[in-house]
Ligand binder design. Structure first.
Ligand code: AMP
Length: 281
């Protein structure tokens, strides 16, 4: 794996790949890599000649400075995982490299896909930070394909809209959520949970699985599914920020499921904010 920290080094490193018409896959992350990230990398390695892993804790998408400061940073382990998983280029720029002094552009989507749920909870700045940094990373790397986890379902939807609206010409590849054997969705934030909080955090995936089982046995009204899920959350002593059935495309709440839908949940457990979802198809 080649470690690059500047845009100039990145360009120089990718120049040969471009000349050789080799395909380039990009896996954007904020580091603190786990098996979920690894699955994205493996998918990228399977489909591309060259895989760029970006590791950048993007300050502009954090609504809470304390959350940004507490975000885990595990460089040595990240590099080892990247190497083992077959990453070609490890791109870890400093904040100044991405946002030099005088930086003045924001890429902002409008409408329901950014207004609700994560957009509502974390504020409009969150998705503006995401869309701006993703646009920049895609411009810097110019990959053929970019890999995003279904774990962040709304983000995936937003990135697809961004790519369509701006004709960015990159293939967005979704990767299914990777979970612990007991169901907990892998997250860089899980390491901050105490043993007791980790047990409570299981309420999120269990709530989703229970509601999904109800969906599979024929329940189609969102209210019924949310009621079933809310009970499981309550049993775990977890108060949801939101728990809702949304349309998979518009990310707007739906009353009845008759197309692709997603059951989404967010909650703060012991000071750590967690999100999870399951597709209902
Ligand atoms: P992050 O470093 O948390 O910004 O995540 C980087 C990418 O990894 C995003 O596209 C996430 O959706 C994805 N990701 C994070 N956790 C998981 C997981 N448990 N399963 C699959 N993808 C994930």
């Amino acid at each position: 794996v080649i470690v690059v920290r500047t845009l100039a080094e990145l360009r120089a490193t990718l120049a040969a790949a471009r000349l050789g018409r080799r395909s380039v896959g990009l896996v954007p992350t904020m580091g603190a890599l786990h098996t979920g990230h690894r699955r994205l990398i493996e998918q990228a390695v399977a489909q591309n000649d060259v895989v760029v892993l970006s590791v950048f804790v993007n300050p502009t998408q954090f609504d809470d400075p304390a959350d940004l400061a507490a975000y885990p940073r595990t460089q040595e382990a990240d590099l080892a995982l990247a190497e083992a998983a077959g990453v070609s280029v490890y791109f870890a720029p400093a904040p100044d490299e991405v946002y030099p002094p005088g930086f003045r552009t924001t890429v902002a989507l409008r409408g329901p896909i950014v207004d609700g749920f994560e957009g509502a909870q974390r504020g409009a700045g969150h998705f503006n930070g995401v869309t701006t940094v993703v646009t920049k990373l895609l411009s810097m790397v110019r990959p053929d394909r970019a890999y995003f986890g279904e774990k962040d379902a709304q983000q995936l939807r937003v990135v697809r809209a961004l790519v369509a609206d701006l004709n960015l010409g990159v293939d967005i590849v979704p990767v299914a959520t990777v979970r612990e054997p007991d169901g907990l969705a892998l997250s860089s934030r899980n390491g901050r949970l105490t043993v007791a909080d980790r047990e409570r955090a299981l309420g999120l995936s269990r709530c989703l699985f229970t509601a999904r089982a109800a969906f599979e046995s024929g329940v189609r009204d969102s209210e019924g599914l949310v009621r079933v899920g809310a009970r499981v959350l309550a049993e775990h002593g977890v108060e949801p920020e939101y728990l809702a059935v949304v349309d998979g495309s518009s990310f707007e709440p739906v009353d009845r499921i008759d197309g692709e839908a997603v059951l989404v949940v967010a909650a703060t457990v012991g000071g750590t904010r967690l999100i999870d979802n399951v597709p209902l198809r």
